[in-house]
Every structure is written in structure tokens, then in C-alpha cells.
Design a protein around this ligand. Structure first.
Ligand SMILES: *Cc1c(COP(=O)(O)O)cnc(C)c1O
Length: 431
């Protein structure tokens, strides 16, 4: 068990359970899969978070990815204060939403027009509606273990909390909706060809996380994404890259830049809101101009393009662009990966590590993890014990085997060294 005193956190969780379902506003936060009560956070600063019981942790959740600059970055806080003073929302147009859209379209050559929404879920839902509206087709293909938010069409063999809690689908999603979602295997182009072959001219879109980040980190094989792009072009199917995690994370231009792929529509979120609620979807003009008010496909939002989210996002992206943070992020992330591998060597362990840039996962399996099936060979009981030990050693990981660790610009070499030391002690105690 965790050696930390978490008394206040427990009191708070009991109080929360009386008024919030399961005590949480997003399922994985309940810490169920690691068999403990959740930690309540008081504040964050740089690479660290502090809980209400006074414990300090090096944070590798980073709000599930958005905080690539770390917690409470001065530049973001200043921008937020400046914008908040002018009023927090108008439901009308402001200049900052254009500035953010310009940064995105300048950075992503596949995105000619971009529409802001309030979450990654909304981005993915809207992208699929647009693809259906443009093509007049109903079905979509997704990949086993990929997560695209909690829209009805995506809760079929999904990753993230759905996978963590071992739920195959979800009650409340109608059979009719579920039938329109076909599920292929990641890194298996033949599985896609088969589905297309048996559903000729019925598939509106293929949606994919180009680097899987919601079953733990799973990189694409070298030819897989290229083949997927060619296949969808040949079959006249819209290719949607869900880069809600990978956008501005694995490279400034996301996975599409890293792997040299030109998708039709891209979903963004997380980092582009700088820690405020946001999402966006964008892509080729011929599709995007089908959206209302220019086109017939309806999509809207009271707080979409909200000036606070736009300001935090704009400031974050400006730093990422101007400071060219990616080489340093890569170096730190590699240091962490190498340290963990060295620890395992010393301890004669052969668990699998996947890393793409500053996204990393340690899978408690001896198998190479390249798809959903290999990911679930992981020993989640062992992960749970590891999680407790890491927490006791001052490292806050996502409370699930099937999530990603995120390294931020704020993590320094001392943090990385401490984490490697904590990893050694934690792995040793599991033996
Ligand atoms: C987080 C995530 C989403 C959902 O975003 P929310 O803001 O949580 O709705 C969608 N797709 C991917 C790939 C994600 O990681």
C-alpha cells in the first residue's frame, strides 16, 4: 500500500460520493483499477503537484496531456489574467480565436479551415458527422483500443477508461448506432481491407489515433499509416486523424508531420487549450466548408472559441513554436526511457517500454506491445502494485496500465533522475 498519509483525500472522496456519481467527474479518476482511494490535488507548479494532505509528487499525468509546459506556467497565467479581466465569454466573435486558428493552420498543412469546440469528444463527434454529411455514407471504421472521447459511435472496443474498467461497450448506445461502427485492428492493414471489402461504398470515414495513446502508448508500424492513407484515397473514404493527444505533442505538426501523412480531417484538443477546456477539428476546405453556416452540416457551441481557452491555447502554442521545445523534450524522455531500461536490466526484468517523443508507457508484459491484443497481455495487478509504490516514492502516474505518461517542458533532469530512482525501488519491491 501507499505509504503516504491520505486522510484528507479520503474525507474528501467520501464527501464527493454523496453528490457526484462515483465521486468523480471522469471515471479513471476514481483510482478503481489500482484499488485505492483517489488523491485530491491542492495545487500544481511546474513538474510537481501537491495533494491536500501535503504530499508532493512529480507529475506524469499533466492533466492527461494538455500541460506540455507544466503546471501554472507564468506566461499562461499572465495571459489568462489579462483576458479574464475583459470578460470571460461573449458568445460572439473575438480576435484571439482567429489568432489561434491561424497558428494551427500555419502549422498543419492538412488543415485549411478549423472549427473550435470545447472538448476532444466534441471534435471527434463533429468530425464524423461532417464525414457522413459530405459522403452521404453511414458507417465508420475505428481501431480496437483507440479512444475518441465518449461519443456514442466511439464506445465500441474503446481505450482509456473504457479499457481500464474492462467494459466492452456501453449500455445506452443503441444497437443501431453500434452497428455503424466497424472495428479494425491497429497495425493490421488487412483487417481494414476486409471491412471495406464487405461494406463497399458504405464507409464514410476511418478514424484513428495515429499513435495510440489510450491503451498505453502504441506506435504505428512504419508502413501502416501510409497504407491506410493510400487505401482510403483509393476507396474514396475520409481519413480522420484523431490527434487530440499527439497534436503539438509528438512534434509541432503532430503525428502527421512525424510520419509524413496527409489526413483529410484532424481532431485536436488537450495541448491547444493550454489546460482549459477545448477541442478543434479541421481539414481540407472542400470538407470543412460543408459546415454551417456555409454548408448544411450543423455544428455549434455556446462556449466554442471561448476567449480564455483561446488565450491559453494561443500562448501555449506560441511558446512551443518560438522555443522549439521538442529536441529538449526528446532528450529528457530518452533519458527516462534509458534509465527505466537500465533498471530492468539490473533487476533481470523484461517488461515492455513504448515511447514516442514525450509519450511513454511501461507495460507489465514480456510481449512487444503493438496493438490492443498485445497491450492486454499486461499484468494489471502488477501495475497496480507498481502504481502504489511509485506514489509512495513521490511519482504520480496515471492510475491505469492503459494510459500514457507525459513528460513536460517543466520536468528537469533532477525530476527524471528521481523518477528513475523511484522506478528502481518500486520494481525491486515487486519481486
Ligand atoms: C482525450 C482524448 C479525446 C477526448 O477528449 P476530451 O476532451 O476528454 O473529450 C479524444 N481523442 C483522443 C485521442 C484523446 O486522447
Amino acid at each position: 500500500m501507499s505509504g503516504n498519509n491520505l486522510k484528507e483525500s479520503l474525507t474528501m472522496f467520501k464527501r464527493a460520493r454523496k453528490v457526484i456519481p462515483g465521486g468523480v467527474n471522469s471515471p479513471v479518476r476514481a483510482f478503481k483499477s489500482v484499488g485505492m482511494n483517489p488523491v485530491y490535488i491542492q495545487r500544481g507548479e511546474g513538474s510537481k503537484i501537491f495533494d491536500i494532505d501535503g504530499n508532493e509528487y512529480i507529475d506524469y499525468v499533466c492533466s492527461w496531456g494538455p500541460l506540455i509546459l507544466g503546471h501554472a506556467d507564468d506566461r499562461i497565467l499572465k495571459k489568462l489574467a489579462e483576458y479574464a479581466q475583459r470578460g470571460t465569454s461573449f458568445g460572439a466573435n473575438t480576435k484571439i480565436e482567429i489568432k489561434l486558428a491561424e497558428l494551427i493552420t500555419e502549422t498543419y498543412s492538412s488543415i485549411e479551415l478549423v472549427r473550435m469546440v470545447n472538448s476532444g469528444t466534441e471534435a471527434a463527434m463533429s468530425a464524423v458527422r461532417l464525414a457522413r454529411g459530405c459522403s452521404g455514407r453511414s458507417k465508420i471504421i475505428k481501431f480496437e483500443g483507440c479512444y475518441h472521447g465518449h461519443g456514442d459511435s466511439f464506445l465500441i472496443k474503446a481505450g482509456s477508461g473504457v479499457l481500464t474498467l474492462g467494459i466492452p461497450g456501453s449500455p445506452g448506445v443503441t444497437e443501431h448506432t453500434a452497428q455503424d461502427t466497424l472495428v479494425a485492428r491497429f497495425n493490421d492493414i488487412e483487417s481494414v481491407e476486409k471491412l471495406i471489402g464487405s461494406n463497399k461504398s458504405q464507409i464514410a470515414a476511418v478514424i484513428i489515433e495515429p499513435v495510440m495513446g489510450n491503451a498505453g502508448v502504441i506506435p504505428p508500424d512504419s508502413e501502416f499509416l501510409k497504407n491506410l492513407r493510400e487505401l482510403t484515397l483509393t476507396e474514396d473514404i475520409i481519413l480522420i486523424f484523431d490527434e487530440v493527444i499527439t497534436g503539438f505533442r509528438v512534434a509541432l505538426g503532430g503525428a502527421q508531420e512525424l510520419y509524413g501523412i496527409d489526413p483529410d480531417i484532424t481532431c485536436l484538443g488537450k495541448i491547444i487549450g493550454g489546460g482549459l477546456p477545448v477541442g478543434a477539428f479541421g481539414g481540407k476546405r472542400k470538407y470543412m466548408e460543408q459546415l454551417a453556416p456555409d454548408g448544411p452540416v450543423y455544428q455549434a457551441g455556446t462556449l466554442s472559441g471561448n476567449p480564455l481557452a483561446m488565450a491559453a491555447g494561443y500562448e501555449t502554442l506560441s511558446v512551443l513554436i518560438n522555443d522549439d521545445v521538442y529536441p529538449a523534450l526528446e532528450k529528457k524522455s530518452k533519458l527516462l526511457e534509458d534509465g527505466l531500461k537500465e533498471n530492468m536490466k539490473k533487476l533481470h526484468l523484461n517488461y515492455s517500454i513504448n515511447r514516442v517523443g514525450s509519450m511513454m508507457s511501461l507495460f507489465f508484459t514480456g510481449h512487444d506491445v503493438h496493438d490492443f491484443d498485445s497491450a492486454v497481455t499486461s499484468d494489471t495487478g502488477l501495475f497496480s502494485r507498481y502504481f502504489h509504490e511509485m506514489l509512495a516514492n513521490g511519482v504520480y502516474l496515471a492510475p491505469s496500465q492503459f494510459e500514457t505518461s507525459f513528460i513536460s517542458v517543466a520536468h528537469n533532469n533532477e525530476d527524471i533522475e528521481k523518477t528513475i530512482e523511484a522506478n528502481y525501488l518500486s520494481l525491486k519491491s515487486l519481486k
